[in-house]
Design a protein around this ligand. Structure first.
Ligand code: ADE
Length: 235
């Protein structure tokens, strides 16, 4: 079973939205398992503090290496990567999500405060992962995003139909626009080609629209897509 172990000072935040909808159903039916480890339970002083002031001065607090290491060591590592959610990490991609979903699960440390003592990151081999170039108050929301993205790829969680989104993303394109009834909404009709019944024309239109949206919104993805296309047409 795919297993997520989440280390956090806010275990009450879980399962949170992972307990609802697709992920929640899959959690109930034991397609995956969620375990939280309260980092504070591994504190040693009477105030149960897990952080301290940064060496060298400066604002904020830093999560202590010894407490976090003790919490990490309470989770058997058997075949699962140890991740640290952090805005400083390598950006998460669908490719990385797919690789994680194929494995046995993940041990996920949620950072809080201004950071985590660098020595525990090295000593426990934590792989820093970011979910985007913005700063959250802590790693918990980021961990939920990562887990949700993985769980929906587990066998039987999502129906066959939604694989379209993955396919277009895997090809490096954003998804084409979708329409459904009513035929006219606030004087806006559905594009004629989609009701023509010509499957070839529909496919052509969707590809062109996906390419246009990708060019307009994600020049980085568009450039990579065009480079790949040239490579395959060049042979
Ligand atoms: N913690 C705070 N901000 C984050 C981000 N953008 N990604 C992952 N973890 C975070």
């Amino acid at each position: 079973m795919w297993r997520a172990s989440v280390l956090t000072i806010f275990p009450d935040m879980f399962p949170g939205l992972l307990g609802i909808s697709l992920a929640g159903k899959a959690l109930d039916t034991r397609v995956w398992a969620l375990e939280t480890v309260d980092i504070r339970a591994h504190a040693t002083d009477k105030h149960r503090s897990v952080d301290d002031t940064p060496a060298g001065g400066g604002p904020g607090m830093v999560m202590r290496a010894d407490i976090l290491a003790h919490a990490i060591d309470s989770v058997p590592p058997i075949g699962r990567p140890r991740l640290l959610m952090s805005p400083r990490g390598v950006p998460l991609t669908q490719e990385r999500v797919a690789a994680l979903a194929k494995g046995q699960g993940a041990i996920i440390v949620c950072g809080r405060f201004e950071g985590v003592d660098e020595r525990v990151i090295a000593a426990r081999g934590l792989d820093e992962v970011s979910i985007g170039d913005y700063v959250l108050s802590g790693g918990e929301l980021a961990a939920m995003a990562l887990i949700d993205a993985c769980v929906r790829l587990l066998p039987g969680v999502v129906g066959q139909s939604t694989s379209i989104v993955e396919e277009s993303f895997a090809e490096g394109l954003l998804e084409y626009p979708q329409y459904t009834r009513p035929a006219v909404f606030e004087r806006l009709p559905i594009p004629e080609v989609l009701t023509s019944g010509d499957h070839g024309k529909v496919a052509q239109w969707r590809r062109a629209e996906a390419e246009r949206l990708t060019r307009e919104r994600r020049p980085d993805l568009s450039a990579a897509y065009l480079r790949r296309q040239n490579r395959t047409t060049d042979g």
